[in-house]
Design a protein around this ligand. Structure first.
Ligand SMILES: [Fe+2]
Ligand SMILES: [Fe+2]
Length: 262
């Protein structure tokens, strides 16, 4: 859908959180915080690791937290959401609750009187420029790096789709990180397992205004790609609240933002 509704606001207010890791015992945990979303945000982004072990039962708890929350909800899955091999069922449960779940896909949302595009993919690990794994040697190593490359290609494909559609703002949503900046605080030894520079290359080629990810629980909120795209790690342990809020001006200039503390 690309239609817009009403006069455009001055900015799109993006709420975002990842790594909420809800289990069966978490029913109703986030619902009170999410109930204020219509008052302070135009959409909610969920950056993966929504469940603990990726079961359909846990996905049903997540669905209950966001169903009819009053703003459009767009999600990617994280590695935890794949753990039980039920990622298709997890996706179905979330979609049944009205969540737009993206994996190598894009969506254009009519919010704040404008069209906002979101391209999403889980992403994968592999490391960052100069310190990344190579597609060489054993079949297992090649398969690992190929997974990284294909995931970045899916994100790039979603961004290419988005580029062909009129959008006031374009957002890239992943679980794994595109940059090392937002990993600061994590042990250096595990950086290669937290993201890939190939995601950043896709983002920098895709005309993106904001990139949002999770996964790095000990990382840092703010980062930047080499191409100057703002990156935000919204893993809940990092932002320390129910969701972060980012303000994307609709006049085409680079955005300002503020932290939400509901
Ligand atoms: Fe996580
Ligand atoms: Fe994760």
């Amino acid at each position: 859908m690309t239609a817009t509704t009403g006069p455009a606001a001055e900015a799109v207010r993006v709420a975002a959180v990842g790594d909420i890791h809800l289990g069966a015992d978490c029913e109703g945990l986030l619902r009170p915080a999410f109930s204020v979303l219509p008052e302070c945000a135009d959409l909610l982004l969920l950056a993966g690791d929504l469940t603990r072990h990726g079961t359909a039962d846990e996905a049903a708890v997540v669905a209950g937290e966001v169903r009819d929350c009053g703003v459009p909800v767009v999600a990617v899955l994280g590695n935890h959401d794949y753990h039980s091999g039920q990622e298709a069922e997890v996706t179905r449960v979330l979609r049944d609750a009205g969540v737009t779940v993206l994996e190598g896909e894009s969506a254009v949302l009519p919010v704040a009187g404008a069209s906002v595009g979101v391209a999403g993919a889980k992403g994968f690990c592999g490391g960052f420029l100069g310190r990344s794994a190579g597609e060489f040697g054993e079949p297992e190593m090649k398969a690992f790096v190929r997974t990284t490359r294909r995931s970045a290609e899916r994100l790039a494909g979603a961004l290419t789709d988005l580029a062909a559609r009129p959008c006031a703002q374009r957002i890239a949503l992943t679980h794994f990180s595109p940059v090392p900046d937002t990993l600061a605080g994590e042990p250096l030894e595990i950086y290669p397992f937290l993201g890939s520079y190939l995601l950043a290359e896709a983002i920098d080629s895709g005309g993106v205004d904001l990139a949002v990810h999770g996964h790095a629980h000990l990382g840092t909120e703010h980062g930047l790609t080499a191409g100057g795209v703002r990156v935000r790690n919204v893993a809940q342990p990092v932002i320390g609240r129910a969701f972060a809020l980012y303000r994307l001006p609709l006049d085409g200039r680079a955005g300002t933002e503020k932290a939400g503390r509901p």
